[in-house]
Ligand binder design. Structure first.
Ligand code: M6R
Length: 359
């Protein structure tokens, strides 16, 4: 039941605080995280990690790779399952192979898991469905605790994946002793604060609803970001294209000048994820270059930015992951509002299925 929401997608966006609360339940101490599923010593055995997934889950994997390298200092690779499985890949025999999947049934991801297992690697599945094929196949499992996700466009499962990967990165960091106590305390405090951060603020939702009517046409959207905000840019663009059927691309902001800037004109809508916490001056100069070529700039930022055609102001947070979750809700709602204005059924977008069990 939609419980007063227009669509399941909307309900699921609004459920994210509860999902994150459920994920953190029983797992946070003052200075450490604990996962009952396996001891942190198990992680200390691995010399690298490969994260493999499709679609939105791939974007979570990419964000996870930044967290795992930064916090646990473990070499992390990210693979698109449909490419990985036919590439005859060279695997690190001492590495951990992680699959990420809401359904646990995506054909390419499942086959990638079987391939890694056949080569003797230890495997871990991050899945939302507890009796799924991947859960049965993998040696270890972390369930996502997101509850049933009905919207074809994944929202709360993505938040759950990113949060679970953040927990895993911190747990792994503990086993390798790569962070001092003060830093661990900081990460845990930030995790606790995410529950508030993802709570939809009515004025922000209303603003995005009003803003959406300006962006129904044009010849495309570029979502740009740097560092952790690059996977978020990919996710924002995927959300928009899935349900609005408008062309949207996610791009690392620093790459725009290597080609895509040729497209810049007033009809190119650039959604700039301008994180104060992360390389702010760098993305600012990337956006200035686009603006100088007449691109229309929609900036998501805590700061005033005079070149923005529209500024979506967000709250200021020191921690990059708080900015990440704050911006995530904005891009989810923006995609949904644009698609609803275009008259689309955002829960059942054309040509898409909730679970892709054929390759
Ligand atoms: O169930 P999975 O997480 O393995 O599904 C992977 C993709 O098919 C899925 O994320 C897809 O991209 C969604 N429609 C995204 O909103």
């Amino acid at each position: 039941r939609k419980e007063g929401f227009r669509y399941f997608m909307e309900k699921e966006i609004y459920e994210q605080p509860q999902v994150l609360a459920d994920i953190l339940t029983g797992r946070l101490r003052d200075e450490a995280v604990t996962l009952d599923e396996f001891p942190s010593a198990w992680l200390a055995n691995f010399s690298s990690v490969t994260l493999c997934a499709c679609g939105t889950s791939y974007h979570a994997a990419l964000a996870g790779s930044y967290l795992l390298e930064r916090l646990a200092r473990v070499p992390a690779k990210v693979e698109i399952a449909s490419e990985f499985r036919y590439r005859d890949p060279v695997l690190d025999p001492r590495g951990l192979f992680v699959v990420i999947s809401q359904s646990g049934e995506t054909a390419d991801t499942l086959e990638a898991l079987k391939l890694a297992k056949a080569q003797g690697l230890a495997t871990l599945a991050l899945c939302n469905v507890d009796n799924s094929s991947m859960v049965r196949e993998a040696s270890q499992t972390l369930l996502l605790r997101a509850g049933i996700e009905k919207g074809v466009a994944s929202t709360k499962a993505f938040s759950a994946q990113v949060m679970t990967l953040w927990l895993l990165a911190l747990y792994w960091a503990q086993s390798r002793d790569t962070l001092d106590t003060a830093r661990r305390v900081e990460e845990i405090a930030a995790m606790r604060r995410t529950l508030d951060v993802v709570r939809v603020q009515k004025p922000v939702h209303e603003r995005l609803h009003r803003l959406s009517k300006r962006y129904l046409h044009g010849h495309g959207f570029f979502f740009i970001g740097r560092d952790l905000f690059y996977p978020l840019a990919l996710e924002g663009a995927l959300k928009l294209k899935e349900i609005s059927y408008l062309h949207a691309e996610g791009y690392p902001a620093g790459e725009m000048k290597h080609g895509p800037i040729a497209l810049a004109d007033a009809e190119l809508f650039t959604i700039a994820l301008m994180a104060r916490s992360t390389l702010y001056d760098k993305i600012k100069s990337n956006v200035e270059e686009l603006s100088a070529r007449d691109a229309t700039i929609i900036a998501i930022s805590t700061e005033d930015f005079e070149l923005a055609d529209d500024l979506i102001r967000i709250r200021a947070f020191e921690h990059p992951m708080l900015e990440f979750f704050e911006m995530l809700v904005v891009v989810q709602l923006l995609a949904m509002e644009i698609a609803i204005r275009l008259g689309n059924d955002v829960d059942m977008p054309r040509n898409l299925a909730k679970s892709v069990t054929v390759e």
